[in-house]
Structure formats: C-alpha cells, structure tokens
Design a binder for this molecule. Structure first.
Ligand code: GCU
Length: 692
C-alpha cells in the first residue's frame, strides 16, 4: 500500500498522468526499441487491449541491441536503419525495412512514444544521458501535443544467463535488477516521464512458483515472459487492471496467465520493487503427513479400456500394453512427432588404456538433422580396457556436462557458441570451463567410474541440454524444432516435452551403440537420477531394446504414485517445470484421480525386463514410499511372465533393500542423490542379467 501511494505521489509530483489517454478507444503507441521491445509489444499487447474493448495500434522501431546513444545518432542522421514493425487496428502485422526515426514519428498521430536502453547498459545510469534527454527533446516537436513519453524498463537476465553482458552485473540477477531499478527510476524522475515497469513485473513472476521460467535464451523472453511484459504495458498505458483479462495466448496455462497478470498489475502499482502477492514458492501446499495422503484406488494395470481383464503375457503385450503406452504418450510425456531425422556419428577422439589403464575412452559426436536444422550431441564412452568382447553398459544422461563426470582432462568441453542454448538457466553453468563449482570431475561421486569399469561395464553418457535444454525456452533451442511441421512453432498439446525428448535421445544413443563394437547394445541398462530417472523410465517403457532400467530418486512423474500427492505433486511439477511434460498433463494438477493411469503402470511397461527402483530415506519430496508401492503394484504384470517381482515385499528401512527375480528396490540412507552405495547395488543386480 505504501509503495502504491509512493507511486501515485511520484506520478502526481512529476505531472505524469497514471495512464495515457488515446483517441476514443484507440491508442497509438510508438516504441523506439530493440529486441526487448519486440518481446514486449509485438505479440500480445494488441490482443489484451482488444479483450478490454480497446484498439491498440503499435509501431515498433527495431534494431537488435540498439542503445539510447545509437537511437539518438539515428535521429540526427535520419538513417533508414530500422525494421519498422507494425500492428494495425485489426491486429494485422507488417514489417517495413529501412525505416528512419523521422518517418516513424510522422507515421501516425501517436498518443504514446517510448524509449528504452539496450539491456547490457540498462542498469548503468551513466549510459542514459544525454541521449534519453536529447531523444525526448527531438521527438517532442515532431509528434502531436500531449503525447505521453514513457521509459520501457527492461528486465534482468535469467539467473544463469550466459550473455557476456551479464558480467556488467557480476552475473547476479538481483544486482542487475536493482541496477535497472535505480537507473530507470532516476531517468523518469529526471524527465518527468512515465515508466513501463516490465523489469519489475518479470521479477514479480520469478518470485512465484513459476520461478525463473521467463527466458528463451537467458535474456530474451519466452512465451510466458512476453505475455507478462505485454500485460505490464497494458496496465501502464490504460491504467486498467489486467487481472481477469480473458485473452490467453496459446500454450500458456490458466495458472501462468494468472500469475503473469498479478505480476504486471503489482508492477504497475510498485514499479521499482518486487511485490509479494501470495504466490511465492513457499506458499505451495506440500503434504508430508502420511495421515493426509488421500484415499485412492490405483487403476488396475490389467484392466483394458474395453473392460476385459488381461490374463496372460500375450494379452498384456497385444492388448493392454500398447493401449497404456499410448495413454502415457498422449496424456503425460507427449508423442514424438513423425519426422524424417537423419543421424550421423563421428568419433571425435579415442584413446586406450586411460584412467590408469582401466578404460578405453571414446568421444562421439551425434549430429541430428532435418531439412532445416541440426543438433549435436556429444557422447562420452568409457569401456573396460582390454575386454575380449563388447561390454555390457550403463547408459545415463548427466546433469551438468560430460566434463563433470570425471576429472579426465581429455573430456571435450561444449563449444562456447553452444553454451547458452544448451545450458540455459536453472542448472548451474560452467562459465569458464574449469570453474570450481561445475568444473571437471565435480559430479564424480554420482558416476563411480572405477567401480563400474572394474565390474566389467562400460559407461555411456551425454549432457541433458544437448538434446533439450532444461528450461522453459518455448521449445526453441533443442531437438523439438527439428520435428516441427511446416509453420509449426510449438509442440501440440499431445506432443513431447523435455523429458520425452531426453528419452528419445537415449534411444538414439542406443541406435549408435548398435554400431559400436566396444559396447554390447543388447546389454544396456538405462539409468537416471531424479528428472533423468523419469527420462530413463520413459526410455525403458518406449524402447524395449533396453535390457534393464534403473531409476533413482525419480519421484513425481517417475516411479512415485501420483495419487498419493505426497511431496511433489502433479500440480507443483507442472508449475515449476512447465516444459517437462506435454500440455495435456497440465489438466491433472490437483486432479490425480482423473489420470487414466498411475505411475505403477509406467513401471509395468518395463516388464518383464529387470527393473531397479531406488529412493533416499530423507528424500520426502520424491516420496520414497510412493516409489516402493508403485514398484510393488507393477509386480502384477511381472507375474504374468512368471516372476514374482516385489508383490510380497515390505518397504525396507533406511539402508535396506529388497530384491527378487526381476525387480529390486532399495532405500539409501540420506538425501536426494545418487551415490556409490546405489551403484554397488545396481551393478550387482545387473550382474544377474547382463553378464550372461
Ligand atoms: C526438482 C523436481 C523433481 C526432480 C528434481 C531433480 O526437485 O521437483 O521432480 O526430480 O528436481 O531432477 O533433481
């Protein structure tokens, strides 16, 4: 309230009305900007206004990365250096190349003219002047009297942005945000102009449970980010509350739109500080009380949709299994679209007798191409040195990059030009390659190579972001665009998210391994921890060539039963990681009982192949008991093949394990992690099947 009052007083003191008044219901807006104004004004602004019965005509003068200084230079020279992008009264979009600022100022009877600083300088006040003042002075006599001038406050980069300009702010999002606030507030006070507080709106949204999911490449906005920015423009220019506006861009959930509207409206009222409007991460309702686990009945894995109950493995394979697989595809992980994708492999490097003579190493680049685009994945393979026959192998995706798996200095690093698109935000980034936190070998406790190799197994791994970066980039940087049909820019509601993309990648690596003599492709166990455990399970379900499947701490969306709603839930996972599953899955948030399956049926799709499910005793978020019960329930399908699975097992205590013919479960003592303790057990279980 105090902040709101301060904002109102500020506007009164500076003589700026709280909003722009247009001509009737029409408002004519000229933005002199760069790619950040492309993000803010070109997609949703016209539509939001239209829903409120207003007509916004929008002109955007665009030069990539254009600074205030350069804009001013262009006013003087009259250079036709801009792409002039216009949204007309009907919402039609057009682009005019080689446009000049004098031409743009004269193009309409503008009601509003906006300026902005290029993002690298947006928090550096000294870079604003004298240019902003001169731009306003230049424009004023060339536009109708009464035009409102605004400064478009841009946003801080994603937490782990790799944009080199991020170092202007110590690669610190908060510092960048605070710097933009100070610079933009001083600028609008100096000139008595309005502020369009997109930087604050974006930061408000980042403080909700949707977190830092607003960028598509670490600095430009993704679909959610663009909507937030447009909603902020709307609130500011109209002075009206955007909350409840019914226009919803495609691919955004109702929840995202609601959080975006709240973020924009709060920013309009407190343009220079983050507002807590009660959608913080800590507010989510996480249940850790067993007494509060809802009553539920698990769907019967053996019951076909026709009502027929499966009696044997043949009926399972021909009737029920395909039907279940299709349901998981359509409602949860998403289908891989049909497309003509070529895969090429190239051995980049190989050496024998490495790691003290224990291993042979091979690094292979897989290149996927559709007609339009290419994607490269770097495989790292260690196989036991001197093995007489191709080795059985563990194949798993790594979180932070091949170089983190082992301190071996010969592991190739991701080329710098690929870093941003592969690494994106959220996961830490090894900015200067050998940096300590995510440097070489920093994840070696998760990959006990020596143990794996001495036990006679190869290890094959690749970095998750090579297939699809792990952030909500609008499916822009990874494998998805290779599969788009003509004109498609986003997966359909039933098409794959990121987890299915990773699983697809696992299968392609298996294709490659079929051609590589160091590994026996018929003896590959697919393994994964956490989100990558979800991917391993889905890979095991969709690709029966995997001889064994291991999930560790895979939790919600992995081995854990959704209906227990204990720890992470369907609702929470869809909010925090909107890119993981297909759009159809979103409708089950808080409605687990409506799911046409539960996760025990995902495990059942792996039958009769050996399956290992592991959890951590302190990993309540992943619901260890829900993982165990799920494995136990899946045993019913193993029984069709004559295996008892875990049907009679009891949940072990911390540090305990239960193993039967084709299924195993253990609960390591401790937190959410994959450790040598886990690997020892995976290996001894694998020995029964992959060493024959
Ligand atoms: C988050 C997420 C989990 C996921 C985990 C991980 O905690 O909520 O679903 O398994 O990250 O991948 O480490």
């Amino acid at each position: 309230m105090k902040a709101r009052l301060a904002a109102i007083l500020f506007f009164l003191a500076t003589g700026v009305a709280l909003h722009a008044s247009g001509q009737g219901d029409t408002l004519r807006i000229l933005s002199i900007g760069n790619s950040f104004s492309v993000d803010a004004v070109e997609q949703n602004l016209h539509e939001i206004a239209a829903d409120a019965g207003k007509v916004y005509i929008i002109g955007n003068m665009y030069i990539g990365g254009c600074s205030l200084e350069r804009h001013y230079g262009n006013t003087l020279s009259g250079a036709g250096a801009y792409s002039y992008r216009k949204v007309d009264a009907e919402g039609e979009r057009s682009v005019n190349k080689n446009f000049s600022i004098p031409e743009a100022l004269a193009d309409e009877n503008w009601d509003v003219v906006t300026f902005q600083q290029s993002s690298p300088f947006s928090g550096l006040p000294a870079s604003y002047e004298p240019w902003l003042g001169r731009l306003i002075a230049y424009a004023k006599p060339r536009v109708p009297e009464g035009v409102k001038f605004y400064f478009h406050q841009t946003w801080a980069y994603s937490e782990d942005s790799l944009n080199p300009a991020y170092s202007n702010y110590g690669c610190d999002q908060n510092l960048m945000y605070e710097s933009i606030m100070a610079a933009s507030q001083a600028a609008v006070e100096r000139h008595g102009i309005g502020i369009i507080p997109c930087g604050t709106a974006i930061q408000n949204y980042r403080a909700t449970w949707y977190r830092d999911n607003v960028n598509r490449d670490g600095y430009h906005l993704n679909l959610a980010g663009r909507y937030i920015a447009a909603a902020t423009w709307y609130c500011t220019l109209s002075g009206q509350d955007v909350r409840g506006n019914a226009y919803r861009p495609e691919h955004l959930s109702i929840g995202q739109v609601k959080a975006a509207q709240e973020s924009a409206w709060a920013a309009y009222q407190s343009p220079f500080e983050v507002t807590d409007f009660g959608m913080r991460t800590r507010d989510r309702n996480v249940n850790y009380d067993l007494a509060l686990v809802p009553d539920f009945k698990l769907p019967d894995a053996l019951l076909c949709s026709s009502g027929m109950k499966v009696r044997n493995s043949a009926e399972w394979e021909h009737l029920r299994r395909p039907e279940l697989l299709a349901l998981f595809e359509r409602e949860m992980f998403g289908k891989v679209p049909r497309a003509d994708i070529a895969m090429k492999s190239e051995v980049l490097e190989s050496a024998t007798g490495v790691l003290g003579g224990l291993a042979d190493r091979k690094q292979v680049k897989l290149t996927f191409s559709s007609g339009r685009r290419q994607l490269e994945v770097d495989l790292l393979i260690y196989s036991p040195s001197g093995a007489e026959a191709p080795s059985p192998a563990f194949l798993g995706i790594n979180f932070i990059g091949n170089h983190t798996v082992c301190a071996d200095p010969s592991i190739l690093l991701t080329p710098q030009e690929n870093m941003q698109k592969r690494y994106g935000s959220y996961a830490g980034i090894d900015r200067n390659k050998d940096a300590t936190r995510y440097g070489r070998g920093s994840m070696n406790s998760r990959w006990p190579l020596e143990m794996i190799l001495r036990s006679g197994y190869a290890l094959v791994t690749f970095y998750r972001g090579d297939i699809d970066p792990d952030y909500d980039d609008g499916f822009y940087n990874g494998i998805h665009p290779l599969f788009y049909a003509d004109g498609q820019t986003y997966p359909e509601r039933d098409e794959w998210g990121t987890i299915a993309a990773w699983s697809w990648g696992l299968s392609r690596v298996l294709d490659y391994l079929e051609t590589d003599s160091s590994v026996d492709a018929s003896k590959v166990a697919v393994v994964g921890h956490s989100r990558l455990g979800k991917a391993a399970l889905w890979a095991g379900a969709t690709d029966q060539r995997f001889a064994m499947v291991v999930s560790n701490g895979s939790g919600c969306g992995g081995a854990a039963l959704s209906r227990r709603a204990y720890g992470e839930t369907v609702e929470i996972i869809n909010r925090s990681f909107p890119h993981w599953f297909c759009a159809n899955f979103k409708k089950y948030g808080g409605k687990e009982n409506k799911l046409p399956f539960d996760q025990h049926e995902l495990l059942a799709l792996i039958a009769p192949r050996p399956l290992y499910v592991a959890s951590g005793s302190q990993d309540r978020w992943a619901d260890p008991e829900g993982e165990f019960l799920s494995a136990k329930a899946a045993s019913e399908v193993y029984r069709l093949y004559g295996f008892k699975g875990l049907s009679r097992a009891k949940m072990p205590g911390a540090g305990g394990a239960v193993t039967s013919d084709r299924m195993a479960y253990h609960l390591h003592e401790g937190k959410h992690d994959i450790t040598p303790f886990d690997w020892e057990r995976f290996i001894s279980f694998a020995d029964k099947f992959l060493k024959k």
